[in-house]
Design a protein around this ligand. Sequence first.
Ligand code: AOF
Ligand code: ZN
Length: 385
Amino acid sequence: SGVETGLASGAEADARLMAEAIAVGAGHLGLTASNPSVGCLIVRDDGAGPRIIAAAVTAPGGRPHAETQALAQAGEAARGATAYVTLEPCSHHGHTAPCAEALIRAGIARVVISVVDPDTRVSGRGIAMLREAGISVETGVLEARGERALEAYLTRKRLGRPHVTLKLALSRDGMIGSRALAVGQGQVAITGPESWDHVQHLRVRSDAILVGIGTVVADDPELTVRLPGLEDRSPVRIVLDGNLRLSPDSKLARTAARVPVIAVAGVLSPDDGDVDPHGRQARADALSALGVEVLEWDPRRLDLLLPALASRGLSSLLVEGGARTATSFLDAGMVDRLLLFTGSPTIGAQGIASPVRSGLVPAPFMHTSGEAFGPDHLDIYERTP
Ligand code: AOF
Ligand code: ZN
């Protein structure tokens, strides 16, 4: 523990406190728009070991930043204390002064940082400002875990597109649905309530959720968060819908005023299967009246669409099917993480085969973990660089 008054020190204490800052920072994932959800602790050690005197996370919408809130909580006690931040404090002027400046003014003695901010307005300048003011700065603490917590933001900044998680629910025989069911009849239940619960939590942490129009026509999904107490955490819902087939009677359209819906409807030719290209404008008007945003981007050009979504501030995208959409993301090399839930039912000959199956996922994906959810098994694969 710390020797100097007010300072928490020691690599072990630093790692433990950074783990806590990362946990705090995760609290607003999916809520901070284009801002990362950063965690900040203010810690004092007055001889009896480190004591957390303030803890904050980036506010919903992205401002105020974590540091300003933590400093406000700590007040005068911040003088001589250590700040643990998951991301380098900013050095640019937003609605308020830079966080680096606020830390200096509050008399913080030491700043421990996990990840250096790739934002070109910051990237090292925050650290330099702190050091110039005589503050002791340490970076890269628990960096792998910090990077993971900020992966969506970091992917958007580094690659100019959202971080993409593709989730598929597979039957025991590797099918993701059945052709045997009539349109609108819903789908066979492949996975159970434990998996459903986990996917709901994934939605909470995502900025956007995306499906193909085939899935919408077949299942009429709502794609909202329905966990008690978290109903207001639904991500933006995006449908790849080249011919604008989304029905104004669909659950998506009917709930669009409450949770945003974007229909990606590039103008496709009749050769692409548009049954009524001339009625398109009327369909667009009907959807717009319900609050659906009709976005004119060719849904087949993910290489253009994803950067467009990123520039709207969407950092994390959860792709939830179906087969065609999954295949197009995989083929475009736009999947960062693959979640394969395998349930116990079998579907058989009428099944729609999944483009990937557990144990048969090709490079560049690597199996990183597996976990049971009731009767189902989740296998996680990550793209290797
Ligand atoms: C921090 N602490 O809690 C967050 C930071 O739109 P603005 O002005 O809020 O700027 C967004 C940038 O601020 C973002 O790209 C990142 O560099 C930084 N986010 N910085 O010091 C925080 N959320
Ligand atoms: Zn800041």
